[in-house]
Design a protein around this ligand. Structure first.
Ligand code: AHR
Length: 325
């Protein structure tokens, strides 16, 4: 069994090395000191947000002269665990990852700790009782994002006493953004009896997931007032189903989503999404800065939060030309 595992780990090590961004040292500092080697395990390529995040990380590593070994987990925790083990085996200088789900990381984090390799969490958090298994967590405050969505909705429906029926498209089950965005939104709307979440289901943060689940919501509920989508891709997929059902998105159904990708801004400018809560994926430069610091043994804050805004339809058209992702 042990033998089989180490053979699998060796094969994965080769695969990760083969997909390493700039394999053989692209992005490495020319001459002088050896570059820092960073093993990075990305969640996948499920959304426009994720694509922008991957680009930002690859670009920032290149600019910082950090050798990046990049691995795409295709939304599978097991793939991330294998990639991290492979990074440990290759004795990289620093490991960073964006955990697909919150729980189940203790063993592999302890393995990295035992190997003396510092770990940086980015974008998503983990749940752990273990001490000192990662140096810092750089990412958005997802609970606050959910609260922002809820606060806008409360304002928007301030003048009605009628019941407001909400359907919720959740992100990947068990992921930090799905858990936290649900929690923050529920906290705010829970202060008012008229808001009712009549259906809530995962669309896995993908466009096709949003489209399929919204279609199911529409066939079982004929009185939907609001769609709260945990990301833009699911909202955009849902818009297809709303239009196919002969309804006007943004008019017949109020739509709130999270991320702020260009496609969502276009949909807002067209009146199809009513509010976007921003979640900034362009955190590559901040991540590289932290990687350099932890590699140098410098102290870093345990939690670094990304600053983000909220955009209404009026603001979307104006902001669209300057939107970076
Ligand atoms: O973890 C960030 C979330 O993951 C983004 O909001 C979503 O689009 C992505 O898939």
């Amino acid at each position: 069994m042990k033998k089989a595992l180490s053979a699998a780990a060796a094969a994965l090590a080769l695969a990760v090395a083969a997909t390493a961004c700039g394999g053989g040292g692209e992005g490495a500092q020319s001459g002088g000191d050896d570059p820092i080697v960073l093993g990075f395990s990305q969640v996948g390529a499920e959304s426009g947000w994720r694509t922008a995040n991957t680009e930002s990380i690859k670009q920032a590593a290149k600019e910082a002269g950090i050798e990046l070994k990049f691995s795409d987990a295709q939304q599978q925790q097991q793939n991330q665990i294998q990639a991290i083990r492979s990074f440990i085996q290759q004795n990289v200088d620093v490991i960073a990852f964006s955990p697909v789900v919150e729980s189940g990381w203790d063993t592999v984090l302890l393995e990295a700790k035992a190997a003396g390799i510092p770990v940086v969490l980015t974008d998503r958090a983990v749940e752990t009782d273990q001490k000192d298994v990662y140096e810092t967590f750089l990412g958005s405050d997802f609970v606050e994002e959910g609260r922002k969505a809820g606060r806008w909705l409360v304002e928007e429906y301030a003048d009605t006493d009628d019941q407001v029926n909400i359907v919720e498209l959740q992100g990947t089950t068990g992921s930090a953004p799905a858990n936290d965005r649900k929690e923050g939104f529920a906290e705010i709307i829970g202060e008012h009896d008229k808001f009712e979440v009549v259906a809530s289901q995962s669309g896995d943060f993908t466009r096709s997931g949003g489209q399929e689940v919204m279609q199911a919501f529409l066939s079982s509920h004929d009185d939907i007032d609001v769609l709260y989508a945990h990301n833009d891709d699911m909202a955009l997929g849902a818009i297809e189903s709303i239009e196919a059902a002969g309804l006007e998105p943004g008019e017949d159904i109020t739509i709130i989503s999270i991320d702020g990708i260009k496609d969502a801004f276009r949909a807002m400018a067209d009146g199809k999404i009513n509010l976007v809560v921003e979640c900034n994926p362009l955190i590559g430069p901040q991540l590289m800065d932290l990687v350099e610091k932890v590699h140098a043994g410098e102290e870093v804050k345990p939690r670094i939060t990304v600053e983000e805004g909220v955009f209404t339809q009026d603001e979307a058209a104006e902001a669209l030309p300057d939107r970076k992702y």
